[in-house]
Design a protein. Structure first.
Length: 223
C-alpha cells in the first residue's frame, strides 16, 4: 500500500508498528512525567513548611530552565549503548515533569486563597480533606489536558533524537524510520515515500492529539 524500503520492508506494516511504538513510548513518558509533576507540585503548593516549600520550588524552577533538547542529546549520547524504550522514556521524563509541576504548584497556591477554602476551614474541614474534595477535581482536569500535551512532546522529542541516531534504532519508531531513510539517502534515490509517509503520519497524529486536548479542555472547563 505504501511501497517498500530499500531492503524490501513493507512500509505500511513498518509504519503501523512504528506508530504503535512511538505512541506507547509517549504514553509511558507522559505518565511518569505527570506522576512526578503531581507529587512535587502538589507538595510544593500544599506544604506549610517554608524551608521545604522553597527547596521544592527551587528544584522545580531549576529543571524548568534546563534546555530540554541539548540536554537530552547529551544524555542519550552518553548512554547510547544502554538505550531501550523504557530508558528513553525515563530520560524524557527527567525533562518533561518540570513545567506541569510548576503549574500544579501555582494552581494549588491559587486555590488556597479562594473563598471556598476559608469557608471549608471555618466549617471544620481539615486541609487534607479540602485537598481531596475541593482541590483534586481542579488538578485532575488540568492534568488530563497536560497529559496529552506531554504525549505529543514525548513523541516529537523521541523522533528528533532518533533522526540524530540517538534512540533505539533497532526498535521501529517513526524517528528510526526517518533515520534509516536518511542513511540510505531515500530522497536522492527516488524512494520519496520512505521518509514522506512517516512524516505525514506523525504530523497527523500530533494534530489529532492537539485537537483532542482542546476538545477535552473545553469539555472539562464547561463543568
Amino acid at each position: 500500500l505504501f511501497g517498500t524500503t530499500t531492503v524490501g520492508q513493507d512500509l505500511f506494516w513498518l509504519t503501523s508498528y512504528a506508530l504503535r511504538n512511538s505512541i506507547s513510548l509517549g504514553i509511558l513518558t507522559a505518565s511518569i512525567s505527570i506522576l512526578i509533576a503531581f507529587l512535587l507540585g502538589a507538595t510544593a503548593g500544599f506544604v506549610k513548611n517554608p524551608t521545604l516549600h522553597n527547596i521544592l520550588t527551587l528544584c522545580i524552577d531549576s529543571f524548568s530552565l534546563i534546555p530540554g533538547l541539548p540536554a537530552l542529546i547529551v544524555l542519550t549520547y552518553s548512554w547510547r549503548k544502554y538505550l531501550s524504550p523504557i530508558l528513553i522514556a525515563l530520560i524524557l521524563s527527567i525533562f518533561g515533569w518540570a513545567w506541569p509541576s510548576r503549574s500544579v504548584r501555582s494552581l494549588i497556591l491559587s486555590l488556597r486563597e479562594r473563598p471556598f477554602t476559608y469557608t471549608a476551614l471555618l466549617s471544620g474541614y481539615g486541609m487534607i480533606e479540602i485537598f481531596i474534595k475541593e482541590y483534586l477535581p481542579y488538578i485532575i482536569k488540568w492534568l488530563a489536558v497536560s497529559f496529552l500535551g506531554l504525549l505529543t512532546w514525548a513523541i516529537g522529542m523521541e523522533t528528533t533524537i532518533a533522526v540524530f541516531g540517538l534512540s533505539t534504532l533497532e526498535e521501529a519508531t517513526i524517528g528510526s524510520i526517518l533515520y534509516w531513510a536518511l542513511q540510505y539517502q531515500a530522497i536522492l534515490r527516488g524512494i520519496w515515500w520512505w521518509p514522506i509517509i512517516p512524516i505525514i503520519l506523525l504530523t497527523t497524529l500530533i494534530i489529532t492529539i492537539y485537537q483532542l486536548s482542546k476538545i477535552i479542555g473545553e469539555l472539562l472547563g464547561a463543568r
